[in-house]
Design a protein around this ligand. Structure first.
Ligand code: GDP
Ligand code: MN
Length: 400
């Protein structure tokens, strides 16, 4: 689950990571009120107005602005709230429509006492599956796109592996601060920063923490200016407070709908919708669709209880995608009985009303014969396949 910058900073701060302080706002008036509050509490001279969307590169797209007074806070807030912010990371990239900004973060200016005296770094923590360890990636080249830095100047991107059983060792935190070229108070503060950040990573069950930039201020403080945090979905049951931070408006609406009824659905951009039980069969089915000249419109695993209600819900979700030209139902009756799935398909068909796209049903396993009879007797315009190849041929047929 991805979080907004303001939420990510809240979590980091709760583990002692120094952050650029700020308040989230959804209206222009609230933005100005927050700015006043922030000036009172922090004494900040300037205010940074930052668009809150689940995408980076906001600064270059006009989503991060410095305000020198409350008038400018008002001006930037009214420009940014409601804008379609386009960055390389919003859907469709720089050629896309961008993302609607409905929240902004009103933050203190941390580039003090002078902008020129500050130094920007890059620090992230993630899991390195190959090494079976956590990894801290860091660089002196902060504030820029790290992929570009890695490509042009790979020697400036460092990686420190951390054995999850041993945790971050003192010498490792020191080595990172040293490699970042720090000394004195800045070194000490960076060392503390790394330790708190790693603590935040493990304790919050994050799958990624990325801070770009981390800055060293002119008076040697180390502060997270930006924050991207992703929490591992499978851990959310033990973090109800984080689970409540989910912003569904940032997610694909059909995926949100599917999650509510516990269907494992991922939208893709092909033309053949598929409904399958089991992730393995789902993958094989997507290959089959590709080989038949189509391309999968989605991944949908209805799971072990493919009853009428879930099948109907699945159909409705698949049909909400206008690109779908055919639907393939490929279910193996192991725990679930094939005749019950067949009944589910029939009920769903009748409940939804006329389904205009051709449906190909392949049911194997327990009670497959009964399933076939049910479908055939129903009189529905459903193609029935027994073998995998038959299903493939039917797809080619209905698509041509
Ligand atoms: P991103 O563009 O989505 O990665 O958003 P960031 O939070 O990284 O901010 C973009 C840029 O805005 C930073 O690289 C800084 O140059 C600038 N910025 C952010 N916070 C401050 C601040 O407190 N003071 C000043 N002067 N600039 C800031
Ligand atoms: Mn950034």
């Amino acid at each position: 689950m991805n979080l907004h910058e303001y939420q990510a900073k809240g979590i980091l701060s709760s583990f002692g990571v120094p952050i650029q302080r700020g308040y989230m706002a959804t209206t222009v008036d609230e933005a100005v009120e927050n700015a006043k509050k922030l000036i009172n509490e922090t004494g900040t001279k300037f205010i940074i107005v930052k668009a809150q969307i689940h995408a980076g590169g906001r600064g270059k797209g006009g989503g991060v602005k410095l305000a020198k007074n409350l008038e400018e806070v008002r001006e930037h807030a009214s420009n940014i709230l409601g804008m379609m912010l386009i960055t390389p990371q919003t859907p469709g990239g720089l050629k896309g429509k961008g993302k609607l900004v409905s929240k902004i973060l009103i933050a203190e200016d941390v580039y003090v006492p002078e902008y020129d005296q500050c130094k920007e770094f890059y620090i992230s923590i993630l899991m390195d599956r190959q090494k079976r360890m956590n990894a801290i990636i860091y660089s002196t080249e902060g504030g820029m796109n790290i992929e570009d830095v890695a490509e042009k100047t790979p020697h400036l991107v460092h990686k420190e592996h951390i054995d999850p059983a041993l945790g971050l060792q003192e010498f490792q935190a020191r080595k990172i601060a040293f490699n970042l070229g720090l000394s004195g108070a800045a070194f000490k503060n960076m060392y503390k920063f790394i330790k708190s950040l790693y603590k935040a990573y493990t304790s919050s069950d994050a799958s990624l923490i990325e801070i770009n930039p981390v800055i060293k201020t002119g008076d040697d403080r180390i502060i997270a200016v930006d924050a991207k945090v992703s929490i591992e979905d499978n851990s959310l049951y033990r973090h109800p407070d984080y689970a409540a931070m989910r912003d569904e408006s940032e997610e694909d609406p059909t995926e949100v709908e599917a999650k509510k009824v516990d269907l494992n659905y991922v939208k893709l951009d092909g033309n053949v919708g598929c409904m399958v039980n089991g992730a393995g069969l789902a993958m094989a089915t997507m290959d089959l669709i590709k080989q038949s000249g189509g391309s999968p419109a989605n991944f949908l695993d209805v799971g072990g209880t493919a009853d009428a209600e879930r099948v109907e819900k699945g159909f409705r979700i698949i049909l909400s995608d206008p690109n779908v030209k055919a639907i393939l139902v490929n279910i193996f009756g192991g725990i679930v009985r094939a005749d019950r799935v067949a009944q589910g398909v029939i009920d769903a068909y009748n409940n939804i009303g006329e389904i205009k796209v051709p449906i190909i049903v392949r049911l194997r396993g327990t009670n497959a014969e009964e399933a076939r009879e049910l479908i055939e007797k129903s009189g529905l315009k459903v193609h029935y396949a027994v073998e995998f190849q038959e299903a493939a041929d039917l797809i080619s047929q209905v698509l041509s």
